[in-house]
Design a protein around this ligand. Structure first.
Ligand SMILES: Nc1nc2c(c(=O)[nH]1)N[C@H]1C(S)=C(S)[C@@H](COP(=O)(O)OP(=O)(O)OC[C@H]3O[C@@H](n4cnc5c(N)ncnc54)[C@H](O)[C@@H]3O)O[C@H]1N2
Ligand code: MOO
Length: 631
């Protein structure tokens, strides 16, 4: 067997080894204080002058000689002679040497000829800002290795410091590789994959304080990769090379680093992220990131982030952590630390943590993730109900205000998510697509506020009610009508195979793609098959399951299947034809406590809003004629 990875190193050991193996020389530069935001001081900063460097009035009023006011009281007003006993001052004005206190203007009355009458005495120094009240000349303002904040800039400027010595920004090179990778464009050809990882890396590295250069995409050729690496290492403090890090015949990265530098380790004990390479070229750190975006994003966070912070002499910030309850079991491989993307939301004051079960190539799983959970290498997973820490990628405030939906997928839900975001910026609708039955189970277990369901009762022909009565026993719920929608066959544009009716599915030349068990659409198909006395085994592709309307429509659009059951809007979105078969009812099962809550009322307002309904109906195949009615 070909041995591919050298190592299976624990993540923190790997980082330690890498940091120890590289030598760092961090240069300094002098820049204007006004341009120094977020930069790191390379030495301590001392005040050039005091602030204020003269005695200044702290209030609008009159500067006085304090001893002249000592006799004043409510019953014994004292008159101060203009120019001789007082002079008007505004906040910040220098106090003339002969005066030593200030009386606020509100406490002063004037005679017709401009003398001041006061009813209170003041002591010397009253409302006078002493020299150096804020900063004394030569005093320490900020230490070395301090990340400059706006307030630090202000203190330096106040102290007459106009330039500051800072660490140079670490220069980071990003080298994307791969014959199949192309610059971002619309409609890539078959076999072309859009290069977007560099954009992920550049964004985060810039946030962490690096100066980033993205190289042109490098072809999978050992010599060209070596040249790019050598060139990058020459001019940068950290080199990141992306993809070609695993076991493929064209995975040259590790060889290229070895040929011109040193591979410190190849392979870390994590999933995703295993095929990470840590190395150096002429003492400069080199990081080989896996090609898949989720793996690359994680590995960037584990290695590039601490390296950049190390180069900046800073400690990376930690993400906030919340503890929640896992809603379903997650499995992991023994011996590897597993990272799982999750969605989270509070239901009945419990933080419910739902894993997003996508592969490392699914960039959308990161777009939608609220956090990460980690399963340590010595375990093979966590059971549903486990109390677990979540490292947050979304703000705790937004999580607190999340309306949690779990259930069947529908494109109209995406519209609700979008409209809610526009109308109620402090809240959001989150929807996990697991099918109608799984949605019902989730609501029964108290894991969501509402479940989108479309379950046909084969006995009565009625939608949803009998399922709610049968499966939701302990949680008080209401059934809220959402939309009528057309279900039918999704077929290729122009219906080249002439698919018209359910019996066509058993033809030899037809390949079907199905929805997962428990999905309402799957139940509808099974209901129609039974009615027409067709057995599932007669249909090629019946066992091939997908989780959303959009994914089955995409399979048909790209020719991987000839037909799927689904909704009109999904067919239209993928430019497919649609043969209507059935009008079904898609409803929300909503917990009574959510329906009665402020958020629940917002949700009801949203679905009843005519503009929202218009937008849903314009998807095609929808009717909102009863939307929002309690059933
Ligand atoms: N036989 C094995 N195959 C694979 C293994 C393994 O252990 N044995 N590991 C898998 C794992 S885990 C990962 S992660 C991937 C990563 O592999 P590579 O680093 O060699 O990456 P490539 O094969 O070159 O590319 C994979 C994939 O990544 C996407 N990609 C790459 N570059 C970019 C970019 N700049 N922007 C966006 N997306 C990018 C693209 O979809 C590539 O197809 O290998 C598994 N295979
Ligand atoms: O473990 Mo690889 O890093 O994607 O999934």
């Amino acid at each position: 067997m070909r041995k591919v990875y050298l190592d299976n190193s624990p993540r923190f050991d790997a980082l330690d080894q890498w940091l120890k193996a590289c030598a760092f020389s961090i240069e300094k530069e002098i820049i204007n204080v006004e341009d120094a935001l977020h930069r790191v001081t390379s030495e301590a900063v001392y005040a050039h002058n005091s602030n204020p460097n003269f005695q200044a009035s702290a209030m609008d009023g009159i500067a006085v000689k304090a001893y002249k006011t000592y006799e004043a009281s409510e019953t014994n007003p004292v008159q101060l002679e203009k120019d001789q006993d007082f002079t008007p001052v505004d906040t910040g004005d220098p106090i003339p040497d002969e005066f030593d206190a200030v009386i606020m203007i509100e406490k002063v009355n004037y005679t017709d000829d401009g003398h001041a009458i006061i009813h209170h005495s003041v002591g010397p120094g009253q409302h006078v800002r002493a020299i150096g009240e804020d900063i004394v000349s030569k005093e320490l303002i900020i230490t070395a290795n301090h990340q400059i904040r706006p307030i630090d800039q202000a203190a330096m400027l106040a102290a007459g410091v106009l330039e500051v010595s800072v660490l140079k920004k670490p220069k980071v090179a990003i080298i994307p590789t791969g014959d199949e990778i192309v610059k971002p464009k619309k409609d890539p050809a078959r076999g072309e994959l859009i290069e977007f990882n560099s954009t992920i890396f550049k964004g985060y590295l810039t946030e962490w304080g690096a100066e980033v250069t993205v190289f042109d995409i490098v072809k999978d050729e050992l010599q060209i990769i070596e040249q790019a690496l050598a060139h990058a290492a020459n001019e940068h403090d950290l080199v990141i090379i992306n993809a070609g890090s695993s076991a493929g015949t064209e995975d040259y990265t590790v060889h290229a680093i070895k040929n011109i530098g040193e591979v410190i380790l190849h392979g870390i004990a994590t999933r995703p992220g295993k095929p990470t390479i840590l190395g150096k070229i002429a003492d400069k750190p080199v990081l080989g990131l896996p090609g898949y975006p989720v793996s690359a994003w994680l590995s960037l966070d584990w290695f590039a982030k601490p390296m950049v912070y190390h180069l900046r002499k800073l400690v990376p910030p930690e993400r906030p952590i919340l503890t929640g309850i896992l809603s379903k079991r997650v499995n992991s491989v023994f011996g590897s630390e597993e990272f799982v993307r999750v969605k989270v939301g509070y239901v009945n004051s419990k933080l419910i943590v739902t894993p997003i079960g996508s592969g490392a190539g699914v960039v959308m799983s990161l777009v939608l993730a609220d956090g990460l959970i980690t399963i340590p290498p010595e375990l093979e997973g966590y059971d549903a109900g486990t109390k677990i820490d979540v490292e947050l990628l979304t703000s705790p405030e937004l999580i607190k205000n999340t309306m949690v939906g779990i259930g069947s997928h529908d494109l109209s839900i995406d519209i609700l998510v979008d409209e809610a975001k526009q109308r109620y910026p402090k809240t959001r609708v989150s929807s996990a697509h697991v099918g109608s039955m799984a949605g019902l189970m989730a609501i029964e277990r108290g894991e969501c506020h509402f479940a989108g369901v479309h379950l046909l009762d084969a006995e009565t022909g009625e939608y949803n009610r009998s399922y709610v009565d049968k499966f939701v026993k302990t949680t008080p719920v209401k059934l809220v009508h959402f939309v009528y929608r057309q279900q039918g066959f999704i077929v290729a544009k122009g219906n080249p195979k002439g698919i018209e009716k359910i019996e066509d599915l058993i033809r030899d030349d037809i390949v079907y793609v199905n929805r997962q068990k428990g999905a309402g659409t799957r139940m509808l198909l099974d209901y129609m098959l039974r009615k027409h006395r067709i057995s599932a085994s007669q249909i090629a592709g019946y066992t091939r399951e997908m989780f959303t309307h959009s994914s089955v429509a995409a399979s048909v659009a790209y020719g991987a299947a000839d037909c799927a059951m689904g909704i009109r809007s999904a067919a239209e979105a993928m430019d497919c034809d649609f043969i209507p078969l059935y009008e079904e009812q898609y409803d929300f099962v909503m917990t009574e406590s959510f329906l009665d809550s402020e958020q629940g009322q917002m949700f009801m307002e949203l679905i009843k809003d005519p503009t929202v309904q218009k937008r849903i109906e314009s998807l095609g195949g929808y009717s909102c004629r009863d939307t929002g009615k309690l059933k």
